[in-house]
Write a protein that binds this ligand. Structure first.
Ligand code: NDP
Length: 286
């Protein structure tokens, strides 16, 4: 049976580090690291995510400001709010919860955020910095995946990693971080041919396709490390349940290490968001 990489436990460690850094920033610089969260519309999943982020920020001793805007919010209104937050010295991190209602342009909104406050790491300047291997605000989910991988592989050098998914928020930054850690990286997506045999050759598989239990045991090399980013809601006997992109039970029999869903990558993502906020606050001091 594979070693379980416990995201809850690991995220608590990261959150403790965040809380200590918050204390230091308050004591040494009289700065309370503060995250502004912007939610537009009524998407139920987004409301849960925002609630969790604000709750965790408070638990870590950070400041948090919530802006809940109606679905009818215009691009101009949203841009104006971001501009205000960009210039507000009390705000160190800005997070606009995605997805936005379809009449709003996500790219325009992301580009409007001050890159120094872009704690999601989605601004083109931060994306470019990551691609160039420069220190920047790194997207939270891949950052969390790297911390989990380091639990099993303190040295990732030379490992063959397959990332299933090429989105801007998970797949591409994940591949960039693995490359920076000297892995040999393959990025697979919906047009990839014979994805199973690519994965079977991998020491590390990161599944981020948003397809329920796509990765099965016969995709996995014995002893490989499997990171499951996927979050898929299903109904079992009338009850809502979350499953990942990996067929957990079967793959856990074959893999060397695996992350669960829930309790894996999800809690690490929030912890890394708060880590980014303290980093942004410290950077803004300079
Ligand atoms: P996207 O839908 O933006 O991207 C999915 C990617 O997977 C695309 O690149 C797509 O390929 C690829 N893909 C889809 N189907 C297949 C397939 N059958 N075989 C191979 N590749 C496929 O999703 P996200 O990256 O935003 O999210 C991925 C998953 O991770 C979702 O379940 C999401 O809920 C979850 N997630 C979890 C987070 C967490 O904190 N745990 C945070 C963010 C996301 P193509 O480009 O060709 O269309």
């Amino acid at each position: 049976m594979a070693q379980l990489i416990d995201g809850k436990q690991l995220s608590n460690q990261v959150l403790q580090e965040v809380a200590s850094e918050v204390e230091r920033l308050k004591a040494e610089h009289d700065v309370e690291p503060t995250l502004a969260v912007v939610l537009v519309g009524e998407d139920p999943a987004s409301q849960v995510y925002v609630r969790n982020k604000v709750k965790r920020a408070k638990e870590a001793g950070m400041g948090s400001i919530e802006h809940r805007l109606g679905t009818e919010t215009t691009q101009g209104d949203l841009n104006q709010l971001i501009e205000r937050l960009n210039h507000d010295p009390r705000v160190h991190g800005i997070l606009v919860q995605l997805p936005l209602p379809s009449h709003l342009d996500e790219e325009e909104v992301i580009a409007a955020i001050n890159p120094a406050k872009d704690v999601d790491g989605f601004h083109p300047l931060n994306v470019g910095a990551l691609a160039a291997g420069q220190a920047s605000l790194v997207p939270c989910t891949p950052q969390g995946c790297m911390i989990m991988l380091r639990q099993v592989h303190p040295d990732l050098s030379g490992k063959h990693a397959v990332v299933v998914g090429r989105s801007n928020i998970v797949g591409k930054p994940m591949a960039a971080l693995l490359l920076q850690a000297n892995c040999t990286v393959t990025i697979a997506h919906s047009r990839t041919q014979d994805i199973e045999s690519l994965c079977r050759n991998a020491d590390i598989v990161v599944a981020a396709a948003g397809r329920r239990e796509l990765v099965d045991a016969d995709w996995i090399k014995p002893g490989a490390t499997v990171i499951d980013v996927g979050i898929n809601a299903i109904e079992v006997e009338g009850k809502r349940k979350l499953v990942g992109d990996v067929a957990f039970e079967a793959v856990a029999e074959k893999a060397g290490a695996i992350t669960p869903v829930p309790g894996g990558v999800g809690p690490m993502t929030i912890a890394c968001l708060l880590l980014n906020t303290t980093r942004a606050a410290r950077h803004q001091l300079a």
